[in-house]
Design a protein around this ligand. Structure first.
Ligand SMILES: O=C(O)CCC(=O)C(=O)O
Ligand SMILES: [Fe+2]
Length: 203
């Protein structure tokens, strides 16, 4: 019989294997119902704290809703209400470092809320002058999402092929940040997620 720790380890192993092989993985029901509910409630409580997301770093940072229309709330490492979620991400980080020698030094992540009609145009998760983002992780927090609700994450695998990921509550997506362009298709309903990047230290 598998206990929780063994299951977590198996999941982390599946993620590491997939990153080493295809470079991406989608895991439905990664979050338990209780984890999903706790994250949804927290995002709801903090609703007023979200700010319009921007593109570009530092001086080049600007809000461009024609490029991305979401609002975000960054998560602190010592956020007590995010302790369990941070811990789970930290275990994955260490697992990836052990298995793949990725040298991941930290996770930066935020809640993201896409209002009705918003999207994020095709992009790569690396800023032009800084390539410290190594692995992208996204957890979806939406109940009862249907295809008609749009908002799929479209990942371009190569010139001819893409996959569309439905942002179902509890689904986890992990991919190599420098490998796959992707976009968020227009959402017909408010769309909530937790999006993060494991980074290596800047040289
Ligand atoms: O929410 C998603 O599915 C992906 C979001 C994204 O691409 C990003 O924030 O860089
Ligand atoms: Fe992205």
């Amino acid at each position: 019989m598998h206990n929780i720790t063994t299951q977590a380890n198996d999941l982390n192993t599946s993620i590491a294997d997939a990153l080493a092989d295809a470079g991406w993985i989608v895991i439905p029901n990664y979050l338990s119902a209780a984890e999903l509910l706790a994250l949804q409630q927290l995002a709801q409580q903090r609703r007023e704290c979200f700010v319009a997301a921007g593109v570009g770093r530092e001086a080049a940072h600007q809000v461009r809703q024609d490029i991305r229309g979401d609002a975000v709330l960054w998560i602190e490492n010592d956020d007590a209400e995010m302790a369990a979620a941070n811990q789970r991400m930290s275990e994955l980080q260490h697992h990836l470092n052990r298995e793949l020698y990725l040298g991941l030094a930290e996770l930066e992540w935020h809640f993201a809320r896409y209002p009705v009609g918003s999207f994020y145009q095709r992009h790569l998760d690396q800023h032009r002058n800084q390539d410290t983002r190594v692995v992208t992780v996204v957890q979806y927090l939406n109940d009862n999402w249907t295809d008609a609700d749009g908002g799929q994450l479209r990942i371009y695998l190569d010139d001819e092929n893409h996959i569309d990921v439905t942002p179902h509550g509890g689904t986890l997506v992990v991919f190599l940040s420098n490998r796959f362009e992707h976009e968020v298709l227009p959402a017909q309903r408010e769309r909530l997620s937790l999006t993060g990047w494991y980074r290596r230290r800047a040289n």
